[in-house]
Design a protein around this ligand. Structure first.
Ligand code: HSE
Length: 436
């Protein structure tokens, strides 16, 4: 059987992991694929830095163009990241009729439609397993294993950096900035870490998964996004008292009126499986009509777990090449002509439980005033925690509600914020109970 030639472009954390895995596990890959995958070229702007890999003579170069134009190369593995050069490289590779593997969630979320259209026209496959959930085979699950299901909900922890930071603050009382620095040092964070901590990376991933699950065009712009930068130790402490952990969740649900899609810090009960997912680990539950609930769990970031997903794509595409079966699995799981546009419901329409923290003067009647306003807006309180200090300083009043509508919560907050007994902007964290 003929060998498969790879051109790897971008030799940062994940690119290095891919090269290492292809070289170190060459024997087992041959046993599974039936032929050898040859790392023919690796390109990076910095070829001086030691990656701990001994490339063969002439393999490691600084010219990406040479890789994309090499007629011997079957598969281009784009590990550059970002939406600039990476996009040009992928489009050029498609134009040259090469199969493409990428881990670039930001690019797929923003320009997937253009890339898939070009690839379809050239009968080129694009594989992007590593773009969501690191080593967890969630894309394969949605594209292949769950193909007989109607998917109606997914809830996931999809950003290793945020999960690492929240875990460090919760379990080790680390400071936010310290924990972020550690995540950067460990190679979990994006080159621009605001993509992680402001929730955009999670939303990129959610938009890809929704597309695969529901057969809709990737729609990143309409997802409601809130990051973790406003989460404070005091809210983590109160969450614990109420029996919750705070996680940055990606949530989507199919409702009769449309699709819910949101990314925000969320309180989940201790007995929710996702609350035990710590550090850079990711997990996702997928609910389908036949399968019920399915849980995937694994490292969502880091060199070798992410490389594992990339190599799985390389082997998949190699199998397609060897058996001349390109285009066998549609990029987004659905045949192109069935992929539709569906609008995402505004955040105001969601219905869930809430945690509120008000900072108010410690005076008689304050609690009844606040709860009265909430009641007038159809918000019913499940439990309250008020720490009295008997001083003139503001004290936290903390509440957990029953199910309420987000638009009602916003209206109530406007009224409460205008009271002169309320000092700071109220804090709101959504709660996700199971079986709601
Ligand atoms: N920055 C990402 C994360 C990398 O922390 O999850 C993996 O996509």
């Amino acid at each position: 059987m003929r060998k498969i030639n790879i051109g790897l472009i971008g030799c940062g954390t994940v690119g290095t992991g891919v090269a290492k895995l292809l070289l170190e596990n060459k024997d087992i890959i041959i046993e599974r694929l039936g032929t050898e995958i040859v790392l023919r070229r690796v390109a990076d702007i910095d070829i001086k830095k030691d990656r701990g890999i001994k490339f063969e003579e002439g393999v490691f170069i600084d010219d990406a163009q040479k890789v994309v134009d090499d007629p011997e190369i079957d598969i281009i593995v784009e590990m550059i990241g970002g939406k600039g050069i990476a996009k040009d490289v992928i489009l050029k590779a498609i134009k040259n009729g090469k199969q493409v593997v990428t881990a670039n969630k930001a690019l797929i979320a923003s320009h997937g439609k253009t890339i898939f259209k070009e690839a379809y026209a050239k009968n080129v496959d694009i594989a992007f397993e590593a773009s969501v959930g690191g080593c967890m085979p969630i894309i394969k699950a949605l594209r292949e294993a769950l193909v007989g299901n109607r998917i109606y909900a997914m809830t996931g922890i999809l950003n290793g950096t945020c999960n690492y930071i929240l875990t460090q603050i919760t379990d080790k009382e680390s400071l936010f900035q310290e924990a972020l620095l550690e995540a950067q040092k460990k190679g979990f964070a994006e080159a621009d870490p605001t993509l992680d901590i402001e929730g955009f990376d999670t939303a990129h991933k959610l938009s890809i998964l929704m597309s695969l699950a529901y057969g809709i065009n990737i729609n990143f712009n309409d997802i409601y996004i809130e990051g973790i930068t406003k989460i404070t130790p005091i809210d983590i402490m109160f969450a614990k008292q109420f029996g919750y952990k705070i996680k940055l969740l990606a949530i989507t649900k199919k409702r009769e009126t449309g699709i819910e899609a949101r990314v925000h810090p969320t309180m989940i009960p201790f007995d929710n499986l996702l609350s035990s997912v710590n550090g850079s680990l990711n997990a996702i539950t997928v609910s389908g009509d036949a399968v019920g609930d399915l849980l995937l769990y694994g490292y969502g970031a880091g060199m070798m777990p992410t490389a594992s997903a990339v190599v799985s794509d390389i082997v998949d595409l190699s199998r397609n090449i060897l058996f001349n079966s390109k285009g066998r699995v549609p990029f987004l799981s659905y045949q192109m002509e069935y992929v539709k546009d569906i609008s995402i419901l505004p955040i105001d329409d969601i219905v869930t439980e809430y945690y509120f923290r008000f900072s108010a003067l410690d005076q008689p009647g304050v609690l009844s005033k606040i709860s009265g306003i909430l009641g007038e807006h159809n918000i019913s309180i499940k439990s309250v925690n008020q720490k009295s200090r008997k001083t003139n300083e503001p004290v936290p009043i903390v509440m957990v509600t029953h199910i309420a509508k987000e638009s009602d919560v916003k209206k109530a907050f406007n009224v409460i914020s205008s009271l002169n007994i309320v000092c700071d902007k109220p804090v709101l964290i959504r709660i996700e109970e199971e079986d709601k």
